[in-house]
Design a binder for this molecule. Structure first.
Ligand SMILES: [Zn+2]
Length: 439
Protein backbone atom coordinates (compact mmCIF):
# COMPACT_ATOMS: atom_id res chain seq x y z
CA UNK A 1 0.00 0.00 0.00
CA UNK A 2 1.09 3.52 -0.74
CA UNK A 3 0.55 6.68 1.23
CA UNK A 4 0.80 10.09 -0.36
CA UNK A 5 1.16 13.13 1.88
CA UNK A 6 -0.02 15.97 -0.29
CA UNK A 7 -0.24 19.72 -0.22
CA UNK A 8 2.23 20.35 2.60
CA UNK A 9 5.44 22.29 2.87
CA UNK A 10 8.41 19.96 3.37
CA UNK A 11 11.11 21.24 5.67
CA UNK A 12 14.26 19.26 6.34
CA UNK A 13 16.96 21.84 7.12
CA UNK A 14 19.96 21.60 4.82
CA UNK A 15 18.13 19.15 2.59
CA UNK A 16 14.70 20.31 1.43
CA UNK A 17 12.51 23.39 1.86
CA UNK A 18 9.71 23.29 -0.72
CA UNK A 19 6.10 22.45 -1.48
CA UNK A 20 6.31 18.79 -2.41
CA UNK A 21 4.34 15.59 -1.97
CA UNK A 22 5.87 12.52 -0.36
CA UNK A 23 5.12 8.99 -1.44
CA UNK A 24 5.54 6.33 1.22
CA UNK A 25 5.67 2.62 0.46
CA UNK A 26 6.65 -0.40 2.54
CA UNK A 27 7.79 1.67 5.56
CA UNK A 28 10.08 3.80 3.40
CA UNK A 29 10.05 7.19 1.77
CA UNK A 30 9.75 6.12 -1.84
CA UNK A 31 9.76 9.46 -3.62
CA UNK A 32 9.49 13.22 -3.18
CA UNK A 33 7.50 14.63 -6.09
CA UNK A 34 5.85 17.80 -7.33
CA UNK A 35 2.35 18.31 -5.97
CA UNK A 36 -0.58 16.96 -7.99
CA UNK A 37 -3.75 19.02 -8.45
CA UNK A 38 -6.38 18.97 -5.71
CA UNK A 39 -8.06 15.62 -5.30
CA UNK A 40 -11.07 15.14 -3.12
CA UNK A 41 -11.09 11.35 -3.44
CA UNK A 42 -8.62 8.60 -4.25
CA UNK A 43 -8.42 8.77 -8.04
CA UNK A 44 -8.10 5.92 -10.48
CA UNK A 45 -6.88 8.13 -13.29
CA UNK A 46 -6.24 11.78 -13.98
CA UNK A 47 -7.92 13.80 -16.73
CA UNK A 48 -5.36 12.71 -19.29
CA UNK A 49 -6.28 9.13 -18.55
CA UNK A 50 -3.00 8.22 -16.86
CA UNK A 51 -3.78 5.59 -14.27
CA UNK A 52 -2.87 6.06 -10.63
CA UNK A 53 -2.25 3.16 -8.36
CA UNK A 54 -5.64 2.48 -6.75
CA UNK A 55 -4.37 1.24 -3.41
CA UNK A 56 -3.25 4.63 -2.23
CA UNK A 57 -4.11 6.57 0.87
CA UNK A 58 -4.00 10.33 0.55
CA UNK A 59 -3.16 12.44 3.58
CA UNK A 60 -4.23 15.99 2.92
CA UNK A 61 -1.72 18.21 4.68
CA UNK A 62 -2.50 21.55 3.07
CA UNK A 63 -1.27 24.46 5.17
CA UNK A 64 0.91 22.18 7.24
CA UNK A 65 4.62 21.51 7.54
CA UNK A 66 6.11 18.05 7.13
CA UNK A 67 9.39 17.66 9.01
CA UNK A 68 11.74 14.80 9.88
CA UNK A 69 10.30 12.97 12.89
CA UNK A 70 10.78 14.91 16.12
CA UNK A 71 13.03 13.26 18.70
CA UNK A 72 12.82 13.90 22.44
CA UNK A 73 16.13 12.85 23.96
CA UNK A 74 15.08 13.26 27.60
CA UNK A 75 12.08 11.16 28.62
CA UNK A 76 11.33 9.23 31.80
CA UNK A 77 9.15 6.33 30.62
CA UNK A 78 9.22 4.86 34.17
CA UNK A 79 8.96 1.25 33.05
CA UNK A 80 10.29 -1.12 34.36
CA UNK A 81 9.23 -0.72 37.96
CA UNK A 82 7.21 2.48 38.22
CA UNK A 83 4.19 1.59 36.13
CA UNK A 84 1.85 3.59 38.36
CA UNK A 85 3.45 6.72 36.87
CA UNK A 86 3.80 5.66 33.22
CA UNK A 87 4.16 2.55 31.07
CA UNK A 88 5.71 2.01 27.67
CA UNK A 89 2.18 1.92 26.24
CA UNK A 90 1.03 5.20 27.78
CA UNK A 91 4.36 7.01 27.49
CA UNK A 92 4.82 6.11 23.83
CA UNK A 93 1.22 6.98 23.00
CA UNK A 94 1.95 10.37 24.60
CA UNK A 95 5.13 10.64 22.52
CA UNK A 96 3.21 9.89 19.33
CA UNK A 97 0.55 12.45 20.23
CA UNK A 98 3.29 14.96 20.98
CA UNK A 99 4.69 14.55 17.47
CA UNK A 100 7.73 12.52 18.51
CA UNK A 101 8.68 9.59 16.31
CA UNK A 102 11.39 8.63 18.79
CA UNK A 103 12.41 9.24 22.38
CA UNK A 104 15.43 8.47 24.54
CA UNK A 105 14.38 6.76 27.75
CA UNK A 106 16.21 7.71 30.93
CA UNK A 107 17.78 4.85 32.90
CA UNK A 108 16.56 5.73 36.42
CA UNK A 109 13.91 3.01 36.42
CA UNK A 110 13.51 0.16 38.93
CA UNK A 111 15.83 -1.60 38.35
CA UNK A 112 18.16 1.01 36.88
CA UNK A 113 19.14 0.38 33.25
CA UNK A 114 22.77 -0.36 34.07
CA UNK A 115 23.09 -3.71 32.28
CA UNK A 116 22.21 -5.24 28.93
CA UNK A 117 19.29 -7.31 30.29
CA UNK A 118 17.34 -4.20 31.19
CA UNK A 119 18.34 -2.54 27.91
CA UNK A 120 17.03 -5.53 25.91
CA UNK A 121 13.82 -5.59 27.95
CA UNK A 122 13.16 -1.91 27.14
CA UNK A 123 13.85 -2.34 23.44
CA UNK A 124 11.71 -5.48 23.15
CA UNK A 125 8.73 -3.99 24.98
CA UNK A 126 8.85 -0.79 22.96
CA UNK A 127 9.25 -2.59 19.62
CA UNK A 128 6.17 -4.72 20.25
CA UNK A 129 3.98 -1.65 20.67
CA UNK A 130 4.72 -0.25 17.22
CA UNK A 131 4.32 3.34 18.43
CA UNK A 132 7.14 5.87 18.72
CA UNK A 133 10.63 4.36 18.79
CA UNK A 134 12.69 4.13 21.94
CA UNK A 135 16.43 4.65 21.99
CA UNK A 136 17.41 3.81 25.56
CA UNK A 137 20.13 5.52 27.54
CA UNK A 138 22.04 3.50 30.12
CA UNK A 139 23.45 4.48 33.48
CA UNK A 140 27.03 5.76 33.75
CA UNK A 141 27.56 4.01 37.08
CA UNK A 142 26.06 0.86 38.58
CA UNK A 143 22.71 1.73 40.11
CA UNK A 144 23.55 5.36 39.25
CA UNK A 145 25.29 5.34 42.62
CA UNK A 146 28.45 7.01 41.34
CA UNK A 147 30.82 4.33 42.65
CA UNK A 148 31.56 1.79 39.89
CA UNK A 149 31.14 2.13 36.13
CA UNK A 150 28.08 0.36 34.74
CA UNK A 151 28.32 -2.31 32.00
CA UNK A 152 28.47 0.37 29.33
CA UNK A 153 30.05 -1.78 26.60
CA UNK A 154 27.44 -4.54 26.98
CA UNK A 155 24.62 -2.00 27.02
CA UNK A 156 25.99 -0.40 23.88
CA UNK A 157 25.99 -3.79 22.18
CA UNK A 158 22.36 -4.17 23.31
CA UNK A 159 21.33 -0.80 21.87
CA UNK A 160 21.84 2.15 24.21
CA UNK A 161 22.65 5.42 22.45
CA UNK A 162 24.06 7.41 25.39
CA UNK A 163 24.84 7.12 29.08
CA UNK A 164 23.62 9.27 31.95
CA UNK A 165 23.02 9.05 35.68
CA UNK A 166 20.17 11.53 35.14
CA UNK A 167 18.27 12.38 38.27
CA UNK A 168 21.64 12.60 39.95
CA UNK A 169 25.08 14.00 39.17
CA UNK A 170 28.24 11.90 39.12
CA UNK A 171 29.61 13.65 42.19
CA UNK A 172 33.12 12.23 42.13
CA UNK A 173 35.20 14.09 39.54
CA UNK A 174 37.68 11.24 39.13
CA UNK A 175 34.81 8.83 38.39
CA UNK A 176 33.42 11.29 35.84
CA UNK A 177 36.82 11.57 34.17
CA UNK A 178 37.04 7.77 33.94
CA UNK A 179 33.53 7.61 32.47
CA UNK A 180 34.33 10.26 29.87
CA UNK A 181 37.55 8.53 28.81
CA UNK A 182 35.84 5.16 28.55
CA UNK A 183 32.84 6.52 26.63
CA UNK A 184 35.10 8.45 24.28
CA UNK A 185 36.70 5.15 23.30
CA UNK A 186 33.28 3.58 22.80
CA UNK A 187 32.04 6.63 20.88
CA UNK A 188 29.01 6.98 23.08
CA UNK A 189 27.83 10.39 24.33
CA UNK A 190 27.57 11.23 28.02
CA UNK A 191 24.48 13.18 29.12
CA UNK A 192 25.19 15.20 32.24
CA UNK A 193 22.71 16.02 35.00
CA UNK A 194 24.61 19.02 36.36
CA UNK A 195 23.84 19.49 40.04
CA UNK A 196 26.00 20.09 43.09
CA UNK A 197 24.03 18.14 45.69
CA UNK A 198 25.75 19.81 48.63
CA UNK A 199 24.24 23.12 47.47
CA UNK A 200 20.89 21.85 46.18
CA UNK A 201 20.11 19.42 48.97
CA UNK A 202 16.77 20.06 50.66
CA UNK A 203 15.81 22.82 48.21
CA UNK A 204 12.54 22.73 46.30
CA UNK A 205 12.49 25.87 44.16
CA UNK A 206 14.78 28.56 42.82
CA UNK A 207 16.69 30.48 45.50
CA UNK A 208 15.46 34.06 45.47
CA UNK A 209 12.72 36.41 46.71
CA UNK A 210 9.86 34.11 45.73
CA UNK A 211 11.24 31.07 47.58
CA UNK A 212 11.76 33.37 50.55
CA UNK A 213 8.21 34.71 50.48
CA UNK A 214 6.79 31.18 50.25
CA UNK A 215 9.10 29.96 53.01
CA UNK A 216 10.55 27.28 50.73
CA UNK A 217 14.23 26.33 50.78
CA UNK A 218 15.91 27.54 47.60
CA UNK A 219 18.32 25.97 45.11
CA UNK A 220 20.93 28.49 43.88
CA UNK A 221 21.91 28.86 40.21
CA UNK A 222 25.46 27.92 41.18
CA UNK A 223 24.29 24.40 42.12
CA UNK A 224 23.92 23.86 38.38
CA UNK A 225 26.67 26.03 36.90
CA UNK A 226 29.44 24.73 39.19
CA UNK A 227 28.94 21.26 37.76
CA UNK A 228 28.61 22.60 34.22
CA UNK A 229 31.97 24.31 34.67
CA UNK A 230 33.51 21.14 36.14
CA UNK A 231 32.36 18.99 33.24
CA UNK A 232 33.49 21.55 30.67
CA UNK A 233 36.91 21.26 32.33
CA UNK A 234 36.72 17.45 32.18
CA UNK A 235 35.68 17.54 28.53
CA UNK A 236 38.69 19.74 27.81
CA UNK A 237 40.96 17.42 29.77
CA UNK A 238 39.78 14.22 28.12
CA UNK A 239 38.66 15.48 24.71
CA UNK A 240 35.43 13.55 25.27
CA UNK A 241 32.10 15.03 24.18
CA UNK A 242 29.73 16.13 26.95
CA UNK A 243 26.03 16.88 26.57
CA UNK A 244 24.39 18.91 29.33
CA UNK A 245 20.78 18.08 30.16
CA UNK A 246 18.07 20.60 31.08
CA UNK A 247 20.09 23.82 31.26
CA UNK A 248 18.22 26.44 33.28
CA UNK A 249 20.55 29.23 34.39
CA UNK A 250 22.21 32.22 32.74
CA UNK A 251 25.58 31.22 34.20
CA UNK A 252 25.37 27.78 32.57
CA UNK A 253 24.40 29.27 29.21
CA UNK A 254 27.33 31.69 29.41
CA UNK A 255 29.80 28.95 30.39
CA UNK A 256 28.69 26.69 27.54
CA UNK A 257 28.77 29.56 25.06
CA UNK A 258 32.36 30.36 26.04
CA UNK A 259 33.39 26.70 25.99
CA UNK A 260 32.00 26.25 22.48
CA UNK A 261 33.92 29.33 21.37
CA UNK A 262 37.12 27.71 22.65
CA UNK A 263 36.28 24.62 20.64
CA UNK A 264 35.35 22.36 23.56
CA UNK A 265 33.19 19.42 22.47
CA UNK A 266 30.04 20.30 24.42
CA UNK A 267 26.35 20.42 23.54
CA UNK A 268 23.31 21.12 25.64
CA UNK A 269 19.55 21.03 25.89
CA UNK A 270 16.88 22.98 27.69
CA UNK A 271 13.24 22.16 28.36
CA UNK A 272 10.19 24.23 27.36
CA UNK A 273 9.36 25.15 30.97
CA UNK A 274 12.67 26.99 31.32
CA UNK A 275 11.88 29.37 28.47
CA UNK A 276 8.17 29.64 29.32
CA UNK A 277 7.89 30.03 33.11
CA UNK A 278 9.82 31.56 36.02
CA UNK A 279 9.83 31.14 39.80
CA UNK A 280 7.32 33.98 39.92
CA UNK A 281 4.78 31.60 38.36
CA UNK A 282 4.97 29.18 41.31
CA UNK A 283 1.60 29.73 42.96
CA UNK A 284 -0.27 28.32 45.92
CA UNK A 285 2.38 25.70 46.65
CA UNK A 286 1.24 23.93 43.47
CA UNK A 287 3.62 20.98 43.15
CA UNK A 288 3.08 20.90 39.38
CA UNK A 289 5.56 23.79 39.37
CA UNK A 290 8.21 21.73 41.11
CA UNK A 291 10.93 20.28 38.94
CA UNK A 292 14.70 19.85 39.01
CA UNK A 293 16.38 22.11 38.09
CA UNK A 294 13.72 24.53 39.35
CA UNK A 295 12.00 27.33 37.40
CA UNK A 296 14.47 30.20 37.55
CA UNK A 297 14.28 33.99 37.42
CA UNK A 298 13.16 36.13 34.47
CA UNK A 299 16.84 36.94 33.77
CA UNK A 300 17.58 33.24 33.45
CA UNK A 301 14.55 32.65 31.24
CA UNK A 302 15.75 35.42 28.92
CA UNK A 303 19.27 33.95 28.88
CA UNK A 304 17.89 30.53 27.94
CA UNK A 305 15.97 32.09 25.05
CA UNK A 306 19.12 33.96 23.98
CA UNK A 307 21.05 30.67 24.15
CA UNK A 308 18.50 29.06 21.87
CA UNK A 309 18.63 32.00 19.47
CA UNK A 310 22.43 32.16 19.16
CA UNK A 311 22.87 28.39 18.95
CA UNK A 312 24.48 27.86 22.35
CA UNK A 313 21.54 25.58 23.21
CA UNK A 314 21.40 22.83 20.60
CA UNK A 315 18.37 20.84 21.64
CA UNK A 316 14.91 21.23 23.13
CA UNK A 317 13.94 18.16 25.18
CA UNK A 318 10.94 17.81 27.44
CA UNK A 319 12.41 16.06 30.54
CA UNK A 320 9.02 14.30 30.63
CA UNK A 321 8.80 13.19 34.27
CA UNK A 322 5.41 11.68 35.10
CA UNK A 323 4.29 11.29 38.73
CA UNK A 324 0.93 10.07 40.01
CA UNK A 325 -1.54 12.47 41.56
CA UNK A 326 -1.07 10.87 45.00
CA UNK A 327 2.64 11.46 44.86
CA UNK A 328 2.27 15.10 43.85
CA UNK A 329 -0.57 15.90 46.28
CA UNK A 330 1.68 16.39 49.28
CA UNK A 331 3.34 19.46 50.72
CA UNK A 332 5.67 21.28 48.32
CA UNK A 333 8.90 20.33 50.07
CA UNK A 334 8.05 16.63 50.06
CA UNK A 335 6.67 16.32 46.51
CA UNK A 336 8.80 14.61 43.86
CA UNK A 337 10.48 16.77 41.21
CA UNK A 338 9.22 16.72 37.63
CA UNK A 339 6.44 17.44 35.18
CA UNK A 340 5.08 15.70 32.09
CA UNK A 341 6.13 17.29 28.83
CA UNK A 342 5.71 15.06 25.78
CA UNK A 343 2.29 16.42 24.86
CA UNK A 344 3.04 20.10 25.40
CA UNK A 345 6.65 20.40 24.21
CA UNK A 346 5.99 21.22 20.55
CA UNK A 347 3.21 23.73 21.24
CA UNK A 348 5.29 25.57 23.85
CA UNK A 349 8.33 25.58 21.57
CA UNK A 350 6.27 26.88 18.64
CA UNK A 351 5.72 30.03 20.70
CA UNK A 352 9.40 30.85 20.10
CA UNK A 353 8.65 30.63 16.38
CA UNK A 354 5.45 32.68 16.54
CA UNK A 355 7.20 35.30 18.71
CA UNK A 356 9.99 35.59 16.16
CA UNK A 357 12.83 34.20 18.28
CA UNK A 358 13.40 31.08 16.19
CA UNK A 359 12.77 30.25 12.57
CA UNK A 360 10.91 27.05 11.76
CA UNK A 361 14.23 25.72 10.55
CA UNK A 362 15.83 26.45 13.95
CA UNK A 363 12.97 24.69 15.66
CA UNK A 364 13.25 21.59 13.48
CA UNK A 365 16.99 21.54 14.10
CA UNK A 366 16.53 21.70 17.87
CA UNK A 367 13.71 19.16 18.06
CA UNK A 368 14.74 16.73 15.32
CA UNK A 369 18.03 17.13 13.48
CA UNK A 370 20.37 17.95 16.37
CA UNK A 371 18.90 15.22 18.61
CA UNK A 372 19.28 12.74 15.72
CA UNK A 373 22.91 13.73 15.21
CA UNK A 374 23.65 13.49 18.93
CA UNK A 375 22.41 9.89 19.17
CA UNK A 376 23.82 8.92 15.78
CA UNK A 377 20.75 8.35 13.64
CA UNK A 378 19.87 9.62 10.18
CA UNK A 379 16.30 10.86 9.91
CA UNK A 380 16.65 12.90 6.70
CA UNK A 381 13.61 13.09 4.45
CA UNK A 382 15.16 11.22 1.51
CA UNK A 383 14.00 8.39 -0.72
CA UNK A 384 15.12 5.09 0.77
CA UNK A 385 15.03 6.33 4.39
CA UNK A 386 12.50 5.10 6.94
CA UNK A 387 9.32 7.16 6.81
CA UNK A 388 9.57 8.71 10.28
CA UNK A 389 7.75 12.00 9.84
CA UNK A 390 5.91 14.63 11.84
CA UNK A 391 3.25 16.85 10.31
CA UNK A 392 2.91 20.13 12.19
CA UNK A 393 -0.19 22.29 12.10
CA UNK A 394 1.52 25.57 13.06
CA UNK A 395 -1.51 27.79 13.47
CA UNK A 396 -4.02 25.63 15.33
CA UNK A 397 -4.97 27.48 18.55
CA UNK A 398 -6.16 25.38 21.51
CA UNK A 399 -6.11 25.15 25.30
CA UNK A 400 -3.92 22.58 27.02
CA UNK A 401 -6.17 20.05 28.76
CA UNK A 402 -4.37 17.42 30.85
CA UNK A 403 -7.50 15.24 30.82
CA UNK A 404 -6.83 14.67 27.13
CA UNK A 405 -3.24 13.53 27.72
CA UNK A 406 -2.36 9.99 26.67
CA UNK A 407 0.23 10.00 29.43
CA UNK A 408 -0.80 8.15 32.58
CA UNK A 409 0.16 11.20 34.62
CA UNK A 410 -1.23 14.71 34.40
CA UNK A 411 1.35 16.68 36.37
CA UNK A 412 1.69 19.80 34.25
CA UNK A 413 1.85 23.49 35.15
CA UNK A 414 0.36 24.36 31.74
CA UNK A 415 -3.25 23.25 32.28
CA UNK A 416 -5.69 25.69 30.71
CA UNK A 417 -3.15 27.86 28.92
CA UNK A 418 -3.79 28.79 25.32
CA UNK A 419 -1.15 27.80 22.76
CA UNK A 420 -0.78 28.00 19.00
CA UNK A 421 0.29 25.05 16.87
CA UNK A 422 0.49 21.34 17.47
CA UNK A 423 1.18 18.02 15.79
CA UNK A 424 -1.34 16.93 13.18
CA UNK A 425 0.10 13.54 12.39
CA UNK A 426 2.99 11.33 13.49
CA UNK A 427 4.31 8.56 11.25
CA UNK A 428 6.76 5.89 12.38
CA UNK A 429 8.18 3.37 9.90
CA UNK A 430 5.56 4.45 7.37
CA UNK A 431 2.69 3.80 9.78
CA UNK A 432 0.44 6.52 11.18
CA UNK A 433 0.80 6.27 14.98
CA UNK A 434 -1.12 9.44 15.73
CA UNK A 435 -3.50 11.63 13.79
CA UNK A 436 -5.54 14.44 15.27
CA UNK A 437 -9.20 14.06 14.54
CA UNK A 438 -10.53 15.92 17.57
CA UNK A 439 -11.25 19.62 17.12
ZN1 LIG B 1 18.02 15.44 35.20
Amino acid sequence: MQIRIKGAHLLDPGNIDAKKDIIIKDHLIEAIVDPIPDLSFNPISDRAGNEFETDITIIDAKGMIVVPGLIDIHVHLREPGQEHKETFATGLAAAAKGGFTAVCSMPNTTPVNDNSQVTKFIINCADKLGLSKVYPTGAITQGSLGITLAEIYDMKQAGIVAVTDDGKPVENSDMMQQALEYCKGLKIPVFVHAEDLSMADGGSMNEGPFAKSWGIKGIPNAAESIMVLRDIALSELTGAPVHFCHISTRESVKAIRQAKKRGVNVTCETAPHYFTLTDENVKDYDTNFKMNPPLRSEKDRQAVIQGLVDGTIDVIASDHAPHSQNEKEVEFGRAPFGIVGLETSLSLSLKLFHDGFLTMEDLVNKMSKHPAKLIGINNDIRPGNMADLTIIDPDDVYKIDPEKFKSKSKNTPFAGIKVKGRPFLTMVNGKVVYQRYEI
